[in-house]
Design a protein around this ligand. Sequence first.
Ligand code: ATP
Ligand code: SF4
Ligand code: MG
Length: 327
Amino acid sequence: MNSLIKVENLRAVYLVREGTIKAADGISFDVQENSVTAIVGESASGKSTIIEAMTRTLPPNGRLLEGKVLYKGKDLLALKKEEFRRIKWKEIALVPQAAQQSLNPTMKIIDHFKDTIEAHRINWNHDQLIQKASEKLEMVRLNPDAVLCSYPMQLSGGMKQRVLIALALLLDPEVLILDEPTSALDVLTQAYIVQLLKELKKKLNITLIFVTHDIAIAAELADKVAVIYAGNIVEYNSVFRIFKNPLHPYTKGLLGSIMAINADMSKIKPIPGAPPSLLTPPSGCRFHPRCEHAMDICKKEKPPLITVEDGAQVACHLYSQGGRKDA
Ligand code: ATP
Ligand code: SF4
Ligand code: MG
C-alpha cells in the first residue's frame, strides 16, 4: 500500500488570555491508501486539533506554527486557498466533531445537499442533485424519499450522523475524515455506525481517518491506531499490535483500564494522576509525572517518535538509544 497522506511535524496552538495552549506538538504520521486510521486519546488530548490543523479548519484563536500535510505530493497547508478548496470535499471530506449542530434547523436535508454543491461550484441540475443525494443516502441506509424533505429536528441523532456522512460522500472523496463519528449516540446506534463505516470502506475503497476517545471502536474499525497523549503521538502501530503488544507505558495503561471493563474488575488499573494542562505541559516527555518507568532523561528531553520492531512507532526513552528496552 502507498502512503496517501504524510503528516510532518504539525504544531498547533490556541491563544488564550492565560497564554498559549500547546495542543498539537510535533505530530507526524503516514496514512496508507485505502486504510483506516484511528486517532485515539482521552478528552482534551488534542485529537480534534490535529484534524483541524490538517484540514485548515482551526478556530480563529488557533494558530498553525509549523508542519506539512503532504497529499499526493502536495503540501495541503501551503496551497493557495482556492486550490485547497478544490481538494477539500472533492478529494478529502470532513465530518467535524459535533457536526450535527451545524445542520441548519430551518433547512430541509435536500437544501443541505444543495448548499454543498453550490459551495463547491458544482453545476448539477435539480434532478442530478436528487439522484446523487439519494445514492449517498441509500449508501448510509436512509430512505431518500423520507429524509430529503425532512428537517433535521425530525431525524434521530443516528440518522443525522448518517446524513452528515452522506453529505461528506456527495462528491466521491478519496479520503473521509470523521471526528468522533459515534459520540453522543447510544451504544446500539454507535455499533450501527461502525458497521456502516466498515461497509462503506469496503464498497468505496475509501481511505478513512477517524477520531475517537473509545479504543474499543478503534479496535473494531481501524487498521492502524495513533495514540495521542497531551498533544503528542506516543504510539503509532497496527491495531493488532496495539492490542497484542502495546509498547508505550501510556498505551499499556489505557488498555489496562478498558480491558478490565470486559473481564475481571479486580484487574482495573487506572493510570495514576491526571492528564496535564496544555497551557503548561510537563517538560521532556509529557507523560513523565504519571509514568512508573520515568528516568532522569524523561524530564529533560522529549522522546522522538522512532520506528522499532515490525514498523511500530513509539515515542519513549525506554526504546531510544541509551534507555532501557526491557520494561
Ligand atoms: P475531545 O475528546 O474532548 O474532543 P480532543 O482530544 O479533541 O478532546 P482538542 O479539542 O483538540 O482535544 O483540545 C486540545 C486542547 O486544546 C484542550 O486543552 C482544549 O481545551 C484546548 N482547546 C481546544 N479548542 C480550543 C480553543 N478554541 N481555544 C482554546 N483552547 C482550545
Ligand atoms: Fe515513561 Fe520516560 Fe517513556 Fe515518557 S519517555 S513514557 S516518562 S519511560
Ligand atoms: Mg475533539
